[in-house]
Design a protein around this ligand. Structure first.
Ligand code: PMP
Length: 309
């Protein structure tokens, strides 16, 4: 006879082998939970053609979404910034996330709310656009980077693509459109054999990774770029608070690329990436391993998210 855990392992492996489109399970879409494979949108939609969409990335640990309220707030704020009115309340989205996690029977998973302009109207006008909202959850991003890379540290290369100026793209919104810059940077790095890219901003300052913020450590000092043209990540804010409480001196500053060799350690932060050590950026090498401050932060962060009430 097959036990429950064997059954869920079987389901996990079966889903891992499938594309994201062909999975079994459930998706919350426009107010209802529907079978995963029925959660479709027509090819004629403003979301698809013009990336007129916003999304979130969240994680549940032990059945509880870390900073769920903050993510929901950012979801609505992102929508507002791009002029999109989400036809649900904060409460409805908060409840929907948990309803779906329970329906999927997950304790630890990634949560992806998405809102996009549909096909009621084509072209760039938005006056008559319809807004769709969906939430999906999946459990195969236990770590965003491969577990062995997360342990050993990532190799990064500087991307030729830059974070744009605040009057070129709405940097405080987690809006789909600007993510093409991240996709291009990630593709550039992976084609050259690196794990990720470091993006500079339009002024040439160090900005962030392709889907995560960046920190540098020298002794008791931690430096991180000022989020004045990229997302001020929820994980970034959490880590700043955690490190400050532990007595580290955190400075947010504009960093030029030739300064990043002055540090002993570097790491990325993000909901998907959590805290991931960096082994090198271009020719600069950083300390990694059990004796680093980054390693201690990884453990502290892991304890924090699991115990968050
Ligand atoms: N920057 C970018 C470009 C991202 O995609 C993310 C992930 N949402 C972050 C930073 C980190 O944000 P958070 O910690 O809120 O996940």
């Amino acid at each position: 006879c097959i036990t429950d855990s064997q059954l869920s392992l079987k389901k996990f492996i079966k889903n891992m082998l499938k594309s994201f489109e062909n999975r079994d399970g459930w998706i919350w879409m426009n107010g209802k939970i529907i079978p995963w494979q029925d959660a479709n949108s027509h090819v004629i939609s403003q979301g698809l053609h013009y990336a007129s969409a916003v999304f979130e990335g969240e994680r549940a640990y032990n059945g509880k979404i870390f900073k769920s309220e903050e993510h929901t707030k950012r979801f609505f704020k992102s929508a507002e910034i791009i002029g999109m009115e989400i036809p649900f309340t904060h409460d409805q989205i908060n409840k929907a996330k948990y309803e779906l996690i329970n329906k999927m029977n997950y304790k630890n998973c990634y949560v992806r709310p998405l809102a996009w302009r549909g096909g009621d109207q084509m072209g760039l006008s938005t006056g008559k656009s319809n807004i769709n909202v969906a939430i999906a959850v999946w459990d195969d991003w236990a770590t965003y980077f491969k577990i062995e890379d997360q342990k050993a540290g990532l190799r990064l290369i500087t991307s030729p693509w830059k974070r744009p100026a605040p009057d070129t793209a709405p940097y405080e919104a987690k809006a789909s459109g600007p993510y093409i810059i991240c996709t291009l940077s990630k593709e550039f790095a992976e084609k050259k054999g690196y794990h990720d890219a470091l993006m500079l901003d339009y002024r040439g300052y160090v900005a962030e990774g392709t889907g995560a913020n960046i920190f540098f450590i020298k002794d008791n000092n931690i430096h991180t770029p000022i989020p004045d043209c990229f997302l001020n990540g929820i994980t970034r804010q959490t880590v700043i608070e955690m490190a400050t409480n532990q007595g580290f001196k955190i400075t947010e500053k504009h960093l030029m690329p030739d300064e990043i060799g002055n540090y002993d350690e570097a790491f990325l932060t993000g909901t998907a990436a959590e805290i991931t050590p960096i082994k090198s950026i271009d020719d600069f090498k950083y300390n990694t391993g059990d004796n680093t401050t980054t390693f201690k932060f990884m453990n502290d962060f892991s304890d924090m998210v699991k115990n968050a009430s």
